[in-house]
Design a protein around this ligand. Structure first.
Ligand code: GDP
Ligand code: MG
Length: 443
């Protein structure tokens, strides 16, 4: 597995402060193989590896993780990022009905998805209308009505005797019907062909123009692997879409298609279909897909735990110092704490989650991350002895530190003053009624 190969690559690397270029190259090679094995498009792999390499170069080895874990963490974060980071949810129209159009090749799973989506929306209190704008295959209409009935939602399809009908007209009519019958969501199922086809693209584009959808979802079979990129590109160009739905994730596809499509089209993957039953459906989770692509879900959990434990140990150490049980709390501890807090996300967001944040809205909005960067730089310019014992910081030391950190002596003075103040306050807090707060010096 990738995990074993990386472990071998990193044998003997422990104890180094930074990953060397050779280490990073060796890792990049292994990850490249893993991604290609997961069926990721070659161009995407190359681009991805370049991004990871860049990030790994700047990364300091953390105390919590061994080098292979650290690189996997970087790779994983980049993967999650490309896969969309946060899941994007459906955009609903300000004025109903919200129109969702499904497009994709024949057999991709559009009609099945129409039912799944409708059921999911109905469970959330919506009143979807399923529309059969696939009049290509003889029994497509019947398949849709069966799916709709199973999902317990209404459907609209051309009536027998109306002739084969015009899918564009059917789609257009359905909007009026949704308005009169008060359906707040319309899901338009369209026809697909076995391959990319100009006539099909035109029809889908015409339907799109006729119903002006709020979301066009490109439905793609995750099992088609490399072809997914070409198909996605063809639909992006010929029809245009807002989001992607991956189907047949219950198969053994490693998920490379997902990564490739997300990267190449820049469109978020919004839903995942993982079975033939209507319930086999979920919003797409980039983190789960990333661990599937890397084939190392357990490893990722382990990394998360290692980091949490490490942070807990650090705070325990700091807390012990503050309460006088573990030596004096110094600027080095202050720096560790600051880093631990920053790892949790942007400061404005972290502070926004604290109790009482509402009353401090303005101050929170004013937290200046650059200011914090400056504080970090100042502390990093001190010697360990100075950090442990800031009392020895005389004028000449302070001016050396200011020069080293590219700041002014007044900045250094201010930091030291604030540190002493904060330590006084924190010592009181830590030994008094509010344990567990040493992560907030100086704030
Ligand atoms: P369409 O031509 O795009 O409308 O595709 P269909 O919805 O008719 O699906 C084609 C076939 O794939 C059907 O046999 C479905 O039961 C099956 N199918 C659809 N979604 C999934 C899925 O997520 N997993 C599996 N295993 N089969 C699926
Ligand atoms: Mg269909």
């Amino acid at each position: 597995t990738l995990q074993d190969r990386l472990a071998a690559t990193f044998k003997g690397l422990r104890g180094k402060g930074r990953l060397t270029d050779a280490d990073i190259d060796a890792t990049a090679r292994e990850i490249r193989i893993a991604l290609l094995e997961a069926d990721v498009n070659l161009a995407v792999v190359k681009e991805f590896i370049a991004a990871v390499r860049e990030r790994a170069k700047g990364a300091e080895l953390s105390g919590a993780l061994n080098p292979s874990q650290q690189v996997i963490k970087i790779v994983n974060e980049e993967l999650v990022d490309i896969l969309g980071g946060q899941t994007r949810t459906l955009r609903f129209a300000k004025r109903p009905p919200t129109v969702i159009m499904l497009a994709g090749l024949q057999g991709a799973g559009k009609t099945t998805l129409a039912g799944k989506l409708a059921k999911w929306l109905a469970e959330q209190g919506h009143t979807p209308l399923l529309v059969a704008a696939d009049l290509q295959r003889p029994n497509a209409v019947q398949q849709l009505t069966v799916v709709a009935e199973r999902a317990g939602v209404a459907w609209y399809a051309p009536q027998p005797g109306n002739g084969v009908g015009d899918p564009v007209a059917v789609a257009r009519e359905s909007i009026g019907i949704a308005e009169t019958k008060q359906h707040d969501v319309v899901i338009v199922d369209t026809a697909g062909r076995l391959g990319v086809d100009a006539e099909l693209m035109q029809q889908a584009a015409d339907i799109k123009a006729a119903v002006n959808p709020d979301e066009v979802l490109f439905v793609v079979d995750a099992m088609i692997g490399q072809d997914a990129v070409n198909t996605a590109n063809a639909f992006a160009e010929g029809v245009g879409f807002d989001g992607v739905v991956l189907t047949k994730l219950d198969g053994d596809a490693r998920g490379g298609a997902a990564l490739s499509i997300a990267r190449v089209t820049g469109r978020p993957i919004m839903f995942a279909s993982n079975g033939e039953k209507l319930a086999d459906f979920d919003v797409f989770h980039p983190d789960r897909m990333a661990s599937r692509i890397l084939g190392m879900g357990d490893m990722l959990t382990l990394i998360e735990q290692a980091e949490k434990t490490f942070d807990a140990e650090q705070s325990a150490k700091a807390a012990a110092k503050l309460t006088g049980r573990g030596g004096e709390f110094g600027l080095g501890d202050f720096l560790d704490q600051m880093k631990a807090v920053r790892r949790m996300g942007p400061l404005s967001k972290i502070f926004g989650m604290l109790p009482g944040a509402g009353a401090m809205k303005d101050q929170i909005a004013n937290i200046d991350e650059k200011e914090i960067d400056r504080l970090e730089a100042i502390i990093l310019s001190m010697t360990p002895t100075e950090r442990d014992n800031p009392k020895i910081l005389d004028g000449s030391r302070r001016s050396r530190i200011a020069k080293g950190s590219g700041t002014k002596v007044s900045d250094v003075n201010q930091l030291v003053d604030r540190f002493f103040e904060a330590r006084k306050m924190m010592t009181a807090l830590a030994s008094g009624s509010m344990p567990g707060m040493p992560g907030m010096p100086g704030m």
